[in-house]
Design a binder for this molecule. Structure first.
Ligand code: P5A
Length: 442
């Protein structure tokens, strides 16, 4: 992609209302634009990151056995009256009336709707287990939307819903998602720690929040230091192996970890002083087991092996991709801008032509662009005639993992410079060596 033909509206100034670094950097790097309080457009650079995040989420949901669907954003109030949550949900729910004066709402979550899908088709325990997920926009009329896409009113959620004949099956479904979440956040370059959590309006008694440690996090969290080094389940993990998954979950819940709502002072006191991590955190995922809370009132029944009808046991599992992008920036930046982890970077490399119009620089850049793209790398080629300082500042701000810098002096000797964004390390290499280095590092 040529920068001269791209849409990358870089801002020189921080937006006035941007209180935290991720909001400032995402706005300045031309990733998002606020449209009204807590409602954002995703501009091309941001959209690329969001798509990468969604791809990782999809791959790991599919690996764990979940199946993708797409439910609508607008729901009928009737479903929520059936479950009893229509009145409970309060002012966070955006309520709408259609032209026939029927009460509708913009979905803040989909437990009711997915239970309706389930009860329309599934009759027997033989069709279980089942886990359906979608990635869809949600709306919650938060009292205080703030921090950019971290706490917005309109946001994207991946929400999965599991159905099992009994509690034992449902706990396995919970463990599948627990394990999938460990892999998902790790692939995004995040250290997410599962912590015992409150269930709020979703309900149930088994719940974990996946928390990224960050000074600007909204929740206060308490956990054992060991979690920072626990191993992430491998890609060959067998998601049908009940005992194997239980062992992973047991390990990842073997030390103290709780959000402030679930904090237990006595248990915390038992953790040795040097092993305590009391910090602030960002909730990037939240999983719940709530048994028959929805299936009972909504008649989500299945025939069991005993020949009798049973309400299905359910869980729900959320990740907020639009929040995750902000959390990655919170966790990975320096004073010059964003530092994208490899798995979610909007482009793999930035190519900077220091003297567009100079025949040798142009030829070197075109050779690099063609070779890198042919090897499957996504390259953002800065072919604009901005001055050098501005080009470097933009490259650091948007945080692509590697920059390839082609200046007239180096190019005259057949060389370019490579800069690793995370470490600032620079190295001069022959053009062909630079191509080899970058294509092999993939
Ligand atoms: C689980 C899936 C639920 O809604 N129902 C379906 C359950 N859980 S949750 O914890 O309320 O939300 C799941 C994840 O969505 C993200 N999220 C948000 N992101 C941005 N702005 C918001 N206002 C917001 N609210 C929730 C979080 O990542 C959360 O973990």
């Amino acid at each position: 992609m040529r920068l001269s033909k791209y849409f990358l509206p870089i801002l020189k100034e921080n937006p006035k209302d941007a209180e935290i670094v991720s909001h400032r950097l995402m706005a300045r790097a031309g990733m998002i634009k606020q449209q009204s309080a807590g409602i954002y457009s995703w501009l091309p650079l941001g959209k690329r990151v969001l798509d990468k995040v969604n791809t990782i989420i999809r791959e790991e949901q599919n690996r764990s056995g979940a199946i993708e669907i797409l439910m609508p954003t607008i729901q009928s109030a009737e479903l929520w009256q059936e479950s009893g949550r229509y009145d409970d949900y309060g002012q966070e729910m955006l309520r709408i009336e259609d032209r026939h004066e029927r009460p509708m709402l913009y979905g803040p979550t989909n437990e009711e709707m997915v239970t309706d899908i389930f009860r329309s088709y599934v009759r027997s325990y033989k069709s279980l287990p089942l886990n359906l997920y979608h990635i869809q926009t949600k709306f919650r009329d938060e009292r205080r939307p703030r921090f950019g896409t971290m706490r917005s009113r309109e946001f994207l959620m991946k929400d999965a819903y599991s159905f099992d004949i009994d509690k034992e099956g449902a706990v396995h479904a919970y463990n599948r998602m627990f394990t999938a979440y460990l892999r998902t956040f790790d692939r995004m370059g995040l250290k997410a720690i599962p912590m015992r959590a409150d269930t709020g309006p979703i309900g149930g008694d088994l719940s974990h929040e996946f928390i990224i440690l960050a000074d600007t996090g909204e929740s206060e969290v308490f956990c054992h230091k060991d979690y920072l080094d626990f191993p992430i389940p491998a890609d060959v993990t067998d998601f049908d192996d009940k005992a194997g998954l239980q062992a992973i979950v047991d390990k990842w819940t073997s030390r103290y970890a709780a959000t402030s709502e679930m904090h237990d002072e006595a248990a915390w006191d038992a953790v040795a002083e040097g092993e305590k991590l009391s910090a602030r955190g960002i909730e990037v995922g939240h999983i719940f087991y709530f048994g028959t809370k929805y299936s009972e009132p909504m008649k989500g029944m299945v025939m069991g092996p005993d020949g009798r009808e049973h309400p299905v046991h359910m869980g729900s599992y959320g990740i907020g991709p639009t929040r995750v992008v902000a959390a990655i920036v919170e966790a990975s930046h320096d004073e010059n801008g964003i530092i994208w982890p490899k798995g979610v970077a909007p482009f793999d490399a930035g190519l900077i032509n220091m003297k567009p119009g100079d025949a040798a620089c142009d030829a070197a850049c075109e050779k690099l662009e063609t070779a890198l793209e042919a090897a499957g790398l996504e390259v953002l080629y800065d072919d604009t005639d901005e001055r050098a300082g501005a080009k470097f500042a933009t490259a650091d701000l948007i945080g692509l993992p590697v920059q390839v810098i082609a200046g007239p002096r180096a190019v005259a000797e057949g060389n370019v410079e490579i800069k690793i964004r995370a470490t600032g390390e620079r190295e001069t290499l022959a053009i062909d060596d630079a191509i080899n280095r970058l294509t092999q590092a993939r």
